[in-house]
Structure formats: structure tokens, C-alpha cells
Design a protein around this ligand. Structure first.
Ligand code: NAD
Length: 493
């Protein structure tokens, strides 16, 4: 896609809402969307007005009645078509994402292709949702447990994975027979609108998929409070997740995928080179703006200095660039000024409390970085739990490292957090692996790899990292209610 084609795509989506099967210009005020690599305004979103929100919920309720009665095979075919359309336009959609989010185009394309995969995965799952027959204590009775789609889902999503985090909710909703209203993050709305465009092209009926843009505190909150919305599927910060739970005025199903503060433990038996490679990838990919990013690393004391030197070298070798003009850069711009400021704060706090700077520590220098939210991948050592970097989610390209002496100590420090999303272990000793995988109080534990989430296994956090699951069969079942049908047919044994 050329620059002109990208500009045309953004212009087509500018100020649009996707309601009841078609785009319409929003009536509300316009909010600017910027390219975080340059600071240029690339378009505007319309803040959905109360009447538009009501219209959308009404359209979604009509869509739900129709879609939930379709055969699972019909829904599966639509999801397969959607996956094919998304994959066919991966480059165009990736450039839209890079323009608003900052991640390099190659990485954005990978995310779009994973969204296409999610469509195909859930298409296949759609036809395999079956119930149970439960034995009864009395003759002449039979209990059927059937699954019925929940209804209208409001999907409220953050900006770090603008396609996948919309996609998991969208695909599961479509497979289950729900209708969905997507409220994307204010700063990355155009990827969601581009996905809605593909839904229309895939022939998904009017009202089944809708996109409303605007501020979370207004449009998101209005959806949370709307009596016509049956389920909230939220991904975002723990603070907003808790606020949603506390302010929802009706009883409603909720999936809350929230923040993390993810530890990595590297024991003396680990393959150090593999651990360093994993640490560099999962600390700095997407500039560390990942809920499952490694925030803090605990390394066995005998290999501590060797690990630090190698991680510093790996961080220094990563390239930082404008994601549109340098599609193969390792890191693009950070998505906005906010996570960059938090990264700088956490770094300053760590250094003031005695941490040792191993790599990075500043924005890259040069003309190409002026006006953008760039920062070098940064490693600090000798960290303690008095430092913010070890206890709060930085959501930036900064990782803290500390030594440990016993496995028990490593587990205790790793679990010393209100979060419980993902944790990482590098070890080759089987006993160590078993002790760590049992001892880590996290929804996901990745051992000798750093890809904690895969499409066909449940993905979710514990403690303040959330409730409910996405991915896999468990992720799909979050979009169903159970119904128990107890039948007296009267036929005795
Ligand atoms: P955020 O909580 O600020 O915003 C998320 C979404 O909620 C946005 O669409 C926002 O507009 C909306 N929102 C804000 N206030 C709202 C309200 N009162 N009612 C309804 N909606 C509201 O999060 P963010 O800064 O966009 O994203 C970063 C956070 O997301 C990090 O904490 C990260 O860990 C988390 N995250 C978690 C996962 C996961 O799977 N657990 C995945 C990605 C990101």
C-alpha cells in the first residue's frame, strides 16, 4: 500500500461509526488521532452521541436475534470468509495500524495475520459447540445441558494490539451467535473500523458487528451501563477494569483481561543464550507495551553478571525506527506520550534508588526521531522491590533485573505482586521446572519460551489481572449461557 493509498483508507474511515451494517458519519465532536512516530494528525474519530449508542444497541439486539438462529455452519462459513478477506489485505490493514499505533509494519502485518488465524480457529470451533446429557436419579427423566449465545456483547479494547484484542472478542462472538459492539481505544480506532469494513464485505448481517468510537469514560461507560448490553468483554488496565465492575448497574456477564507485572526466573541450569534471547524479545517487543511483557527478571547469582552483560548487548543491538518507513525495525514509536512518560518515571525512580544502568536509558538521537515517542530498550540491574520497575506495570521498553540465591526466594519475589497474568522460566533441571511451574501464581507460565498465549489454549489472568478467559475452547464458552432442560419423558427402565 502506498502513502496515497494509506491516506485514502484513513480518509474513508475518518469520523465514521459502523452501525447496523454500514458506515455513517458520527454526529459527535471530533477527537484527533496522531501518528506516534511523527506527531502528525492522521485523522479524527467521532465521539458517539447517546442517541447513536442507543441506535447501535437496538441494531445489535436485532442482529443477535437473527445471528443466534443461524446454523453454526453458516456462522463458520462467514468467519472463514472474514479470515480470508483480512489475510488478503494484511499489508493495507497493517499500515493503518502502524500509522495509529507505531509498531513497525512487519510486526503489524504479523498481528493482522494472527487475527485472520483467529477467524479460522473460531470458525472451526463454531461447529463443535455441544451440550451434555446428565444422568438423573429418577427413571423417566433426562437432563440436557445446552448452550445458548449470551446476547449483545460490548467489547472494550486497549491500543497495544488494536487488531488481535478486538479480534478474539469478535471471533468468539460471531462463532457463538452473539452480536458485538466494539469500542476501540481512542488512539487506535482505525484498525477496528477497517475490521468492521471486512465484516461487511464478508456478508455478516447488519447489526451483528458494530463499532462505536469515543472516550472510554463516556462511550465505554455508556455501554457498561446500558441495559441492552448482556456482556462486557474488556481488555485494559486493572484500574478501569475494577471501575467497570464497580459501576455496572445491572448483573451482567464480564470478562476482564487486565494489567500484569510479569516476572521471569532464570535458574543456574538455564541455557543462558536462550534465556537472553527470550528476555530481549518479551521485554522489548511492541516497546514493552504488552500485558504479558517481562517487567522484571530474577537471575541465579552464579550466572547473574554473565546474563546481564549478554542482555545489555542484545538490547543495544535492537533497532528503533519509524514503523512506516522502517518496516523491519525491532521497535517502533511508543503509542503515545503517556507510556513514554511512565517509562521515564520508572527509570528515574530505579536509578535514584541505586539501580545500575546496563543498556539504553534515553531516546534515540537523530532527525528521524524528532516529534515521535521513541525510547531505547533499557535494562537496569541490582533492582529491589522498593523500585517501581519491579512492582508496577511499566508498559514500556524497560526491564529490571535482580539476583536470587534460592528457588524459594525467586518464587516469593515473583509472586510478590497483586497481578497474576504471565510468568516465564528458563531452566533445564526438571525438578526446578516442576517446583517453579507449581509455585508461580499466574494464569500463564511459559517455560523455556516467551510466547505465553497460543490460540488454542485458554489465556487469562488471576488476582488483579482479571477474570475469565480468551483463546481456545474456554474463550468461546465465555460467550454462552448454559440452559438445563429437565425432561420428563416417562419412559422407565
Ligand atoms: P485503559 O484501561 O486505559 O483503556 C482500555 C479501554 O477502556 C479503552 O478503550 C478505553 O477507552 C476504555 N475505557 C476507559 N475508561 C472507561 C470506562 N470508565 N468505562 C468503559 N471503558 C473505559 O487501558 P489502555 O491504557 O488502553 O491499555 C493498557 C492496559 O491494558 C495495560 O494495563 C495492559 O496490561 C492492559 N492489557 C491487558 C491485556 C490482557 O490480556 N490481560 C492485553 C492487553 C492490554
Amino acid at each position: 500500500m502506498t502513502d496515497a493509498a494509506l491516506a485514502a483508507s484513513l480518509a474513508r474511515l475518518d469520523g465514521q461509526l459502523f452501525i447496523d451494517g454500514s458506515f455513517r458519519p458520527g454526529v459527535g465532536i471530533r477527537l484527533p488521532v496522531e501518528n506516534p512516530a511523527t506527531g502528525e494528525t492522521i485523522g479524527r474519530i467521532a465521539a458517539a452521541a447517546p442517541q447513536e449508542i442507543d441506535d447501535t444497541v437496538a441494531a445489535a439486539r436485532r442482529g443477535f436475534r437473527l445471528w443466534s438462529r443461524e446454523l453454526p455452519r453458516t456462522r463458520a462459513n462467514a468467519l472463514h470468509r472474514l479470515g480470508d478477506l483480512i489475510a488478503a489485505d494484511a499489508d493495507g490493514m497493517a499500515r493503518i495500524m502502524t500509522a495509529e499505533q507505531g509498531k513497525p509494519v512487519n510486526e503489524a502485518r504479523g498481528e493482522i495475520l494472527k487475527l485472520a488465524e483467529a477467524c479460522h480457529f473460531y470458525a472451526e470451533e463454531a461447529t463443535r459447540v455441544h451440550g451434555e446429557i446428565v444422568p438423573n436419579d429418577q427413571p423417566g427423566f433426562q437432563s440436557l445441558v445446552v448452550r445458548e449465545a449470551i446476547g449483545v456483547v460490548a467489547a472494550i479494547t486497549p491500543w497495544n494490539y488494536p487488531a488481535e484484542l478486538v479480534g478474539w472478542k469478535l471471533c468468539a462472538s460471531l462463532a457463538a451467535g452473539c452480536a458485538i459492539i466494539i469500542k476501540p481505544a481512542e488512539i487506535t480506532p482505525f484498525t477496528a473500523l477497517a475490521i468492521a469494513d471486512k465484516c461487511a464485505q464478508a456478508g455478516i448481517p447488519a447489526g451483528v458487528v458494530n463499532v462505536l468510537t469515543g472516550k472510554g469514560s463516556q462511550v465505554g461507560q455508556a455501554l457498561v451501563e446500558h441495559s441492552g448490553v448482556d456482556k462486557i468483554a474488556f481488555t485494559g488496565s486493572s484500574a478501569v477494569g475494577l471501575h467497570i465492575q464497580q459501576t455496572c448497574p445491572q448483573v451482567k456477564r464480564m470478562t476482564l483481561q487486565l494489567g500484569g507485572n510479569c516476572p521471569m526466573i532464570v535458574t543456574a541450569s538455564a541455557d543462558i543464550a536462550a534465556a537472553v534471547k527470550g528476555a530481549a524479545r518479551r521485554s522489548f517487543r511492541n516497546c514493552g507495551q504488552i500485558c504479558i511483557a517481562i517487567n522484571r527478571i530474577y537471575v541465579a547469582r552464579p550466572i547473574y553478571e554473565e546474563f546481564l552483560a549478554a542482555l545489555g548487548k542484545a538490547a543495544d543491538a535492537l533497532t528503533v525506527g519509524n514503523g512506516l518507513t522502517d518496516p523491519a525495525a525491532d521497535l517502533g514509536a511508543m503509542a503515545s506520550a503517556e507510556p513514554l512518560a511512565k517509562t521515564r518515571d520508572h527509570l528515574a525512580d530505579a536509578l535514584a534508588r541505586g539501580a545500575r544502568l546496563i543498556a539504553g536509558g534515553a531516546a534515540p538521537q537523530g532527525e528521524g526521531y524528532v516529534g515521535g515517542h521513541f525510547f531505547r530498550p533499557t535494562v537496569v540491574a541490582d533492582c529491589t522491590h522498593e523500585m517501581l520497575v519491579m512492582t508496577e506495570e511499566t508498559f514500556g521498553p524497560l526491564v529490571g533485573v535482580a539476583p536470587f540465591d534460592t528457588l524459594e526466594q525467586a518464587i516469593e519475589r515473583a509472586n510478590d505482586t497483586p497481578y497474576g497474568l504471565a510468568s516465564y522460566v528458563y531452566a533445564r533441571d526438571l525438578t526446578e521446572i516442576q517446583v517453579l511451574s507449581q509455585g508461580l501464581d499466574y494464569g500463564n507460565v511459559a517455560i523455556n519460551n516467551v510466547d505465553a498465549g497460543i490460540m488454542n489454549a485458554p489465556y487469562g489472568g488471576r488476582k488483579q489481572s482479571g477474570v475469565g478467559y480468551e483463546h481456545g475452547r474456554e474463550g468461546l464458552l465465555e460467550y454462552f449461557n448454559f440452559k438445563h432442560v429437565r425432561l420428563h419423558h416417562g419412559v422407565g427402565n
